[in-house]
Design a binder for this molecule. Structure first.
Ligand code: SF4
Length: 210
């Protein structure tokens, strides 16, 4: 089998619970969503066709113990062969998914660290959240909410009251959005979430391969 891959590179994990961890990133090509603030639109099309063994070899050469499978939407492709190869060689896997594709399609998901988005209204994609995925998350996984405005924050509050998370949750402002007063207000009635900004963009700017 083969995968369509936009880029393989080494960087620091810029988001979420594992922020700051050196990782080999495999950016899969293609995504069924079109978030208004998407920062990886270059991964929507193009890419290179690689066998899973070619991806494994590229990852090996980067010398990291963690591998981030990202996109695009990694779960839009069949990652079962690749994840089995990576786990078989002792790599730890971090999967970044937009939350619209079924986690159950990945047979290895119990052995993989899942970082799953739940999309907020300003993304334009909130209707695509697959809430059934929440039932498959482990206590060690994470859910990320990207916040673009105060309406997004209200959305998160409502969603958490109906669907308590089975794992940690991370609130991340859209890069560059003027959200100071919104996030300050949020602290007056704190949500059970961690607040994080995108480390890699502060270190390297907004560009491919980081
Ligand atoms: S899910 Fe991710 S890659 Fe897809 S459009 Fe949204 S931000 Fe971009």
């Amino acid at each position: 089998m083969t995968l369509r891959v936009t880029e393989v590179f080494r960087s620091l994990q810029g988001e979420g619970l594992q922020q700051g961890t050196p990782m080999a990133f495999v950016r899969l090509t293609g995504c069924p969503l079109r978030c208004s603030w998407c920062d990886t639109t270059y991964s929507f099309r193009g890419g290179t066709t690689l066998s899973e063994r070619q991806v494994l070899s590229a990852v090996r050469s980067l010398g990291c113990s963690w591998v981030s499978l990202t996109g695009g939407e990694p779960l839009a492709q069949d990652l079962n062969v690749l994840t089995e190869l990576l786990l078989g060689e002792g790599f730890k896997i971090h999967l970044e998914t937009g939350g619209s594709e079924p986690l159950a399609a990945l047979r290895t998901h119990p052995q993989v660290h899942i970082a799953m988005d739940l999309k907020c209204p300003s993304s334009g994609m909130a209707g695509r959240n697959l809430l059934a995925n929440l039932g498959l998350l482990k206590v060690t996984d994470e859910v990320k909410f990207v916040i673009g405005d105060s309406a997004d924050l209200a959305f998160v509050r409502g969603l958490l009251s109906r669907h308590p998370l089975p794992c940690s949750g991370v609130l991340q402002p859209v890069f560059g959005a003027p959200l100071g007063s919104t996030l300050k207000q949020a602290q007056e009635d704190p949500l059970p979430l961690l607040y994080r900004v995108q480390l890699h963009k502060h270190l390297y700017g907004q560009r491919a391969g980081t």
